[in-house]
Design a protein around this ligand. Structure first.
Ligand code: IPM
Ligand code: MG
Length: 360
């Protein structure tokens, strides 16, 4: 009997609860059919946390996240909470949990599934075989830098300001994560910055080069963020692993996800120093389609697989889940986001049913 592992389930807002429900069915199935020994407990987060407890990251939720072995998150946010005071908006809950748990290393893969080659808006020859890993620094940079705010000026207007800074240790630990990942892949690392303008980036570049001395087998290159955006769309297959700071990673990862044709397919992980992590689909809460049972649950189910492999030491189960997803795609089942003109789109629950059937 394997030791039991605990998962904190944070469904969140919008389509979050719907896609999470399918992932929970997968957990149940792994327990029943594959003796997985996984326990789970749910807590409100984001807008749901605000509605229930007046905070996007209620204490009960943070407590649960801290004592669990890993966290599975749906998605947060929506127009309903746009008028809420800034410090209580759903996004603040997300930034808060990343910071409170020290989840500094954000892994966002962009993989093109051969079955879905037609779903990309780019030409098939540009994207076929695409497999990029973006490593985004997640607890520093301009997202967290102090001072920040909106204040009156002597000229009688207001000014908004934020501060971008990275310390040497913050840079070296994310660089180290990225080199380690590159070592398990094609051993090519591209560090993305804005060193032609920003001192923060100048230091970033220096430290990334220094950490690289421990990884002589990894080929390091540097690219400015503007060029990287352009190259990502022009010739994305030139990249293997990209490492970058918080805000550049936010932008680049959205662009990269779209290369694959469906943001509804991509999982992500946010890890701390010890490999404990929060796993979530790359897509957002999609309030426009929430409650309609049409969202694609695959990104969330693949996030669960990523969790099983990276935080719960159950690569065997991860492989089973990934194979089940693969089989369902090969059989031609498609939710609306990845459906071709001749496909009859499957619902969220139908996609879940098919993945469960493939898993059994
Ligand atoms: C993301 C999101 C968040 C971010 C928002 C919702 C705070 O865009 O995870 O990429 O900017 O990090
Ligand atoms: Mg983003």
């Amino acid at each position: 009997m394997t030791t039991s592992k605990s998962i904190a389930i944070l469904p969140g807002d919008g389509i979050g609860p719907e896609v999470i429900a399918q992932a929970v069915r997968v957990i149940d199935c792994l327990n029943e059919k594959h003796a997985a020994n996984l326990t789970y407990e749910e807590a409100p987060f984001g807008g749901a946390g605000y509605d229930l407890h007046g905070s996007p990251l209620p204490e009960v939720t943070l407590d649960l996240a801290k004592r669990s072995d890993a966290i599975l998150l749906g998605a947060i946010g929506g127009p309903k909470w746009e008028a809420v005071e800034r410090s209580l908006r759903p996004e603040r809950g997300l930034l808060g949990i990343r910071s409170a748990l020290g989840l500094f290393s954000n892994l966002r893969p962009a993989i093109l599934y051969p079955e879905l080659a037609d779903a990309s808006t780019l030409k098939p020859e540009v994207v076929s075989g695409l497999d990029i890993m973006i490593v985004r620094e997640l607890t520093g940079g301009i997202y967290f830098g102090q001072p920040r705010g909106i204040e009156p000026t002597d000229q009688g207007e207001r000014r908004g300001y934020n501060t971008m800074h990275y310390s040497e240790s913050e840079i070296s630990r994310i660089a180290d994560s990225a080199y380690k990942i590159a070592m398990q892949r094609d051993k090519r690392l591209c560090s993305v910055d804005k060193a032609n303008v920003l001192e923060t980036s100048e230091l970033w570049r220096e430290i990334v080069i220094e950490v690289g001395k421990d990884y002589p087998d990894v080929e390091l290159s540097h690219m400015y963020i503007d060029n990287a955006c352009m190259q990502l769309i022009r010739a994305p297959k030139q990249f293997d692993v990209i490492v970058t700071g918080n805000i550049f990673g936010d932008i680049l990862s959205d662009a990269a996800s779209m290369l694959t044709g469906s943001i509804g397919m991509l999982p992500s992980a946010s890890l701390d120093e010890n490999g404990k992590g929060m796993y979530e689909p790359v897509h957002g809460s999609a309030p426009d389609i929430a409650g309609k049972n049409i969202a694609n649950p695959i990104a969330t189910i693949l996030s669960l697989a990523m969790m099983l492999r990276s935080s719960l030491d159950r690569a065997d189960l991860a492989t089973k889940v990934e194979a089940a997803v693969r089989k369902v795609l090969q059989n031609g089942l498609r939710t609306a986001d990845i459906a071709g003109p001749n496909d009859k789109p499957a619902s969220t629950a139908e996609m879940g049913d098919a993945i469960l059937a493939a898993l059994e």
